[in-house]
Write a protein that binds this ligand. Structure first.
Ligand code: NAD
Ligand code: WQD
Length: 342
């Protein structure tokens, strides 16, 4: 991959995409961002500029807009695409399945068709550990059975299937399917981080909002799981490690292939561990109450991370303490998210 050819980042103003932009910039890899801003702020671009990670161009457009994609692919000779754009709220997907399938699946197929027309056949796709459903075995290997337990998960599985069918039909494609576990943390400058709209669905942003006093207490969903302390166990990884995983995947796609890789630490952390570590590292207690299990949650979900090491030469560098410290720096410096003047 020639260094001078840019990469297209779809969803590049979002949580993971913006951190990946910083990693690409640090590696001297130019990029363009396309995002429709349905779940991110244009102010992310000002923060990227302060981190010397500006895109060559920011295009406010939808991945379902073929004309916008064709025009963009005509303007640049892209080396490949890192495709983050998608809707990601599990509960919302249950209420609005067609919106999720249309945005995530039709959007991805539309993007792949535009790429094919432009002869850009290298893609890194954001999949999720959600495709493993309730895993029979943990740590979960990439060969585990795949299933969907909600429309969001279904959309990821359908995109994965489309990529597998595409590669089988046309082996010229370079495809990396990355199954992320639970990304948390923030850039250590405090300039970039996760800024969910409304009440956070995910654990870490909820904890940081309790720490800030924006929410009264954390509800811990279930303390009767078959886990060491009864609370749910997950594989949390620092978003900067996850971002590095995308650069590693791009590099691994030097020849046509289909890679399917878990990105996680392989270490299980319970909700209680997370609350305790956050409080200890940051010196901020997290008020919490145990409540009923959240429907659809599994007891444990953690990665078998060996393939990432073998195929991408990638492994995580940041520990749980660092994830908690960076998440809190971001939240405390930006109580209003990207609307906070800095
Ligand atoms: P995010 O919502 O912060 O970023 C996604 C970005 O995509 C947003 O900026 C949004 O505006 C944009 N977008 C959505 N639909 C679009 C469309 N049709 N056209 C153009 N832009 C569109 O989410 P994130 O946490 O950065 O996640 C990035 C990707 O990783 C998503 O595909 C998500 O499903 C996947 N993923 C996320 C997690 C997680 O826990 N955050 C875990 C596994 C997988
Ligand atoms: C983690 C743990 C909760 C909030 C989800 C999606 C998954 C992926 C990542 C995109 C669980 C507990 C949470 C709270 C709590 N996204 N919890 N109180 O559920 O592992 O994964 O995000 O692909 O598809 O399902 O992450 O952060 O929501 O929950 O007790 O207020 O924290 O029960 O054990 P999850 P999470």
């Amino acid at each position: 991959m020639a260094q001078t050819q840019p990469i297209l980042i779809t969803g590049g103003t979002g949580f993971i995409g913006s951190h990946t932009a910083v990693v690409l910039a640090e590696a001297g890899q130019p990029f363009v961002i396309l995002d429709n801003l349905c779940n991110s702020s244009p102010k992310v671009l000002d923060r990227l500029a302060r981190l010397n990670a500006s895109p060559l161009e920011f295009v406010q457009a939808d991945i379902r807009d073929s004309a916008a994609l064709d025009a963009l692919f005509a303007r640049y000779n892209f080396a490949g695409v890192i495709h983050f754009a998608g809707l990601k709220a599990v509960g919302e997907s249950v209420a609005q399945p067609l919106r999720y399938l249309e945005n995530n699946v039709s959007g991805t197929i539309n993007l792949l068709q535009a790429m094919d027309r432009a002869h850009v056949r290298r893609i890194v796709f954001s999949s999720s550990a959600t495709v493993y459903g309730d895993p029979a075995v943990v740590p979960i290997p990439e060969t585990a059975p795949l299933t969907a337990t909600n429309p969001y998960g279904r959309s990821k599985l359908m995109c994965e299937d489309a990529l597998r069918e595409l590669h089988a039909a046309d082996p010229r494609w370079h495809i990396a399917v990355l199954r992320y576990f639970n990304p948390v943390g923030a850039h250590d400058s405090g300039l970039l981080g996760e800024a969910p709209n409304g009440i956070p669905n995910n654990l870490m942003p909820y904890i940081t909002q309790v720490a800030l006093g924006q929410r009264e207490y954390l509800q811990i969903f279930g303390n009767d799981y078959d886990t060491p302390d009864g609370t749910g166990v997950r594989d949390y990884l620092h978003v900067m490690d996850l971002a590095q995983g995308h650069l590693a995947a791009l590099r691994a796609l030097d020849t046509p292939k289909l890679l399917t890789v878990n990105l996680g630490t392989g270490q299980g952390v319970s909700v209680k561990d997370m609350v305790d570590t956050f409080a200890r590292v940051n010196g901020v207690p997290i008020a919490h109450r145990f409540v009923a299990r959240r429907p659809g949650d599994v007891a444990q979900c953690l990665a078998d991370a060996r393939q990432a090491k073998a195929l991408l030469h990638w492994q995580t560098q940041h520990n749980l303490e660092r994830m908690c410290a960076d998440a809190w720096r971001w939240q405390s410096m930006n109580p209003q998210g990207f609307d906070t003047p800095l």
